[in-house]
Design a protein around this ligand. Structure first.
Ligand code: ATP
Ligand code: MG
Length: 387
């Protein structure tokens, strides 16, 4: 059903000696919402610029509809871009900002310059205003719009030429949290309504999970995992992905047999298999997948070292044999109490060891931060407030 629109085949980008993208392979399907997600400097913008034609890969190929487009300049690609710093024209009103691209004559196949009629321009601009929910704002100066409204003008301006693909580089970065959430829904709606392929860049994992059909997790110029939001969350491929997406306790384990993993010398049932016998593995346990039980009934027993009320649940840090876990629970277990825990087989996810093993998934420092916050005394800080 899905059809490949863009393919990056072994794309490497090097600046002098610096390899910032290392043999990227990526297939983007027609009409999908695909998100590049990763920490600062991992190569998201560079990947987007290669797709848009603003940068030519040092090696590897860029294909559009099966045709190699490495040398095709940006304006000749059926691709538009919304940059983080979307510069609207301050001297033009909303209508003219959106109409701008339509007024530039386009050459047809035989080189004749074609101009759209004012009627056609008006029809297209009004259609876009409808899509981005800005009907009635035609005459407004863009300097008199809110951040979210300006962002919607920028998106309308990029979509009015009917590109097949829209590239968006952290387009919501400048907006406050509430507006950001509204715009996430808005963008998703626009993408579905116009049936355009979106390639979206963010370092915000929640945003990526909420909006995307496909998430591409990147680190250090390499793709770590490609999958649906559910896949990425439930079946992270390595400790980097498990840590970057959501909260994870990541513990050393040994795979004793298919469906049996050993943690802290105790055997747990799990759903994973296909490892070598006695293979050392990384085990991911999400904070919400742990059940608290009386100490004598627990598969593991530990001491609560910190409790933070989060509204929906308590975040508690529990010390198991010197290793600190984050557990989310709706029942309060006070600091100092001894608890037992149980984990269902589907709450355990086993991963192969990787270059990221041992780097993530330990909540020791997290609990120290909490202790610092909870022991913070403002009176002490400013020496009291008596006159
Ligand atoms: N023109 C350039 N010359 C040299 N190095 C560059 C150039 N452009 C990018 N880089 C380097 O490539 C790496 C990836 O940069 P890129 O902008 O793709 O990261 P990013 O994932 O978009 O990060 P951020 O989230 O901070 O925007 C960085 O280390 C950056 O310094
Ligand atoms: Mg960037």
């Amino acid at each position: 059903m899905s059809k490949e629109l863009i393919r990056l085949a072994g794309c490497t980008m090097a600046f002098d000696e610096d390899i910032v993208l290392d043999k990227i392979n990526l297939s983007i399907q027609d009409k999908e919402f695909l998100t590049l997600l990763g920490p600062s400097g991992c190569g998201k913008t560079t990947t987007l610029r290669i797709i848009g034609g603003f940068q030519t890969p040092t090696s590897g190929d860029v294909l559009f509809d099966g045709v190699r487009i490495n040398a095709v300049p940006p304006h000749k690609r059926a691709i538009n871009t919304v940059f983080q710093k979307y510069a609207l024209f301050p001297h033009l009103n909303v209508y003219e900002n959106i109409a701008f691209g339509l007024r530039i004559p386009k050459a047809d196949a035989s080189g004749n310059k074609l101009k759209l009629s004012e009627e056609e321009i008006d029809r297209r601009v009004m259609e876009m205003l409808e899509v981005v929910n800005l009907r009635g704002f035609e005459k407004r100066r863009t300097t008199q719009l809110s951040g979210g409204q300006q962002q919607r003008v920028a998106i309308a301006r990029a979509l009015v030429n009917r590109p097949k693909v829209l590239l968006l580089d952290e387009p919501l970065g400048a907006l406050d949290l509430k507006l950001r959430k509204d715009m996430q829904n808005e963008l998703k709606r626009i993408q579905k309504a116009m049936e355009i392929t979106f390639v979206y860049v963010t370092h915000d994992q929640e945003e990526a999970l909420a909006m995307s059909d496909t998430v591409v997790v990147m680190d250090s110029g390499r793709i770590q995992q490609i999958g649906s939001p559910e896949d990425i969350y439930n079946e992270p491929r390595n400790a980097f992905v498990a840590d970057f997406i959501g909260e994870s306790n990541i513990i050393d384990g040994i795979m004793r047999a298919d469906g049996v993993v050993e943690i802290f010398n105790r055997r747990f049932q799990c759903l994973d298999g296909g490892f070598e016998r006695d293979e050392a593995v990384d085990v991911v346990i999400r904070p919400e997948d742990v059940d608290i039980v009386p100490e004598d009934q627990g598969q593991l027993k530990g001491t609560v070292t910190s409790v933070t009320f989060k509204g929906m649940q308590y975040d508690i840090i529990v010390d198991f044999y010197g290793f600190k876990w984050l557990i989310q629970t709706t029942d309060l277990s006070p600091v100092g109490s001894r608890i037992g825990i149980k984990i269902d087989p589907d709450g355990i996810h086993v991963m192969k060891k990787s270059e990221y093993s041992g780097m993530f998934g330990d909540y020791s420092s997290y609990s120290e931060e909490y202790e610092e916050i909870s022991s913070y005394d403002p009176e002490e800080e400013d020496g009291g407030d008596e006159e």
